[in-house]
Design a protein around this ligand. Structure first.
Ligand SMILES: NC(=O)c1ccc[n+]([C@@H]2O[C@H](COP(=O)([O-])OP(=O)(O)OC[C@H]3O[C@@H](n4cnc5c(N)ncnc54)[C@H](O)[C@@H]3O)[C@@H](O)[C@H]2O)c1
Length: 460
């Protein structure tokens, strides 16, 4: 499709919906964007190596909406579809600086070689850059990730002390860049439910002091980020910022947050297919999903307490999309089962099978089988990059930075986060429309409703 860069160029005066005043305009992405990654494993190293490969012109950023996507502006007859990155002022890839923490001392080259997602030839070309990124010691506790044990960890007198050490890491990094975003690409922690310690900032801070077991390492990182006014994304299904204390802190310090758990393979497919069945009033009796994967993530998820966290995150989508209370004849009796099996020979090349038992006209049964041979981190890396870039955009957008949860980023996440009392929107296409309309809105463009009657009623 032809793109007209000019119409959507950075900081262009919005064309409709009233002009935005200077105070409402998105601030430009000046200088360096520092990206602090928690957990330099398969996803993180694939993202970092990928960004460097793209910067050097060795590869294209396939799968990244911020880098490759366009956005339609105005009427279909206007032919205005700039690239998203030309329409909203996003940080340029060349301005991204990476750092991070891990419980292992491996630099990013070594960690990427261990993850074995990218081929050795590509990694060798990037080695001088990747080996310079060395992790800072992590905040870690085996109680929360039972299958891992690392030596590269911070020690402190209590969780508050550890949080202060992370804040010091953030402040030191801030001196070298212009803006900072944090993303959790660390392991899946054990399943935790919100408790009293998560109900307010005050209770949380007391809990840090008293080493409350309800506070997991991911929450110590998130707390440190939000205290420093740094946006925080969560690629894992951990509870982390999904509690009142963090939402409050996010609003108070203008540090945007979003949902959790990168929506990559099987759930991505679910949130495409389930809306299609519902749109056509096709019933569903059962949905059985199983996976084999052999990377470190698979090893961690092989442990029942970590698996429970992932299972909860994956289960939600169908329930919300199908709305069984509204459609009892179609969706009130679905058997939904998810299995993840650790199978080392496959490494990062996960294989997922779905069997879907559906029924149609007069209740006649049918079946659909999906066999997705995917690459976990190849799917997750562009999502991690987009989340980082969009959270940085949110932080520079007066209308977005102090609202806390950025629901428009649900598009990327298995478990979207919403305001209290709102059900999450899982349908990928609604999420996509919400994301693009948010971008149109902050740039003062007309929202697209797809009504389109004016093409017929006002035809000249
Ligand atoms: N790859 C995908 O498609 C996908 C999709 C959704 C979610 N996720 C989630 O993303 C996360 C990362 O996945 P991955 O495949 O890169 O896993 P990985 O095991 O390769 O990497 C995780 C890294 O985090 C480190 N780590 C664990 N706890 C830490 C802590 N407290 N502080 C610092 N580092 C810590 C580990 O040492 C490891 O290097 C996992 O939670 C996974 O469930 C991945």
């Amino acid at each position: 499709m032809a793109t007209k860069k000019k119409s959507g160029s950075k900081n262009a005066v919005p064309s409709s919906m009233g002009r935005k005043t200077a105070a409402m305009m998105v601030e430009p992405a000046k200088g360096k964007l520092g990206v602090m990654v928690v957990g330099l494993g398969a996803v993180a190293t694939t993202m970092i190596a990928g960004v460097e490969a793209v910067r050097r012109g060795l590869a294209k950023p396939i799968g990244s909406l911020t880098q490759m996507g366009t956005i339609r502006l105005g009427k279909r007859t206007d032919n205005r579809s700039p690239l998203i990155k030309d329409f909203v002022p996003l940080a340029d890839l060349k301005d991204i600086v990476f750092t991070g923490w891990d419980i292992f001392e491996d630099n990013v080259y070594e960690a990427a070689a261990h993850a074995a997602v990218l081929d050795p030839d590509t990694l060798k070309k990037l080695k001088p850059y990747l080996s310079k990124i060395k992790p800072m010691p992590a905040v870690f506790d085996r109680y929360y990730v039972k299958r891992l044990d690392g030596t590269h960890v911070k020690t402190g007198k209590n969780k508050r002390d550890l949080a202060e050490q992370l804040r010091a890491d953030i402040r030191a990094f801030k001196k070298t860049v212009n803006r900072v975003v944090m993303i959790w690409a660390g392991s899946t922690e054990i399943f935790l439910k919100p408790t009293a310690v998560h109900q307010s900032i005050e209770a949380f801070e007391k809990g840090l002091e008293k080493n409350d077991p309800g506070i997991a390492p991911s929450q110590i990182y998130a707390y440190a980020a939000l205290k420093e006014g740094v946006p925080f994304a969560n690629g894992a299904p951990n509870l982390t910022v999904d509690v009142p204390a963090m939402i409050e802190l996010s609003k108070q310090n203008a540090a945007p947050i979003c949902g959790k758990d990168f929506k990559t393979g099987q759930t991505f497919m679910k949130t495409v297919l389930a809306p299609a069945f519902k749109a056509r009033m096709i019933g569903v009796k059962g949905w059985f999903s199983t996976n084999i994967l052999g990377n470190r993530d698979g090893e961690v998820l092989d442990e029942p307490h970590s698996f429970k966290t992932k299972e909860e995150s994956k289960l939600g989508s169908l329930e919300y999309i199908f709305q069984p209370a509204l459609y009892p004849d179609l969706y009130s009796d679905i058997y939904h089962k998810i299995r993840i099996n650790y199978y080392p020979p496959r490494g990062d090349e996960k294989e997922a099978w779905d069997n879907i038992d559906i029924f149609g006209w007069l209740g006649y049964p049918m079946q659909i089988k999906i066999n997705f041979l995917c690459r976990d981190s190849i799917l997750a890396a562009p999502i991690a990059l987009d989340l980082v870039l969009f959270l940085d955009l949110a932080k520079r957008t007066p209308e977005l930075r102090s609202i806390g949860i950025q629901e428009w980023l649900s598009f990327y996440l298995k478990a979207p986060q919403t305001a209290e009392g709102l059900y999450p929107e899982h349908d990928l296409f609604i999420q996509s429309m919400k994301l693009k309309n948010t971008l149109r809105h902050i740039m003062g463009e007309t929202l697209i409703t797809h009504l389109g009657l004016d093409y017929y009623t006002h035809a000249e």
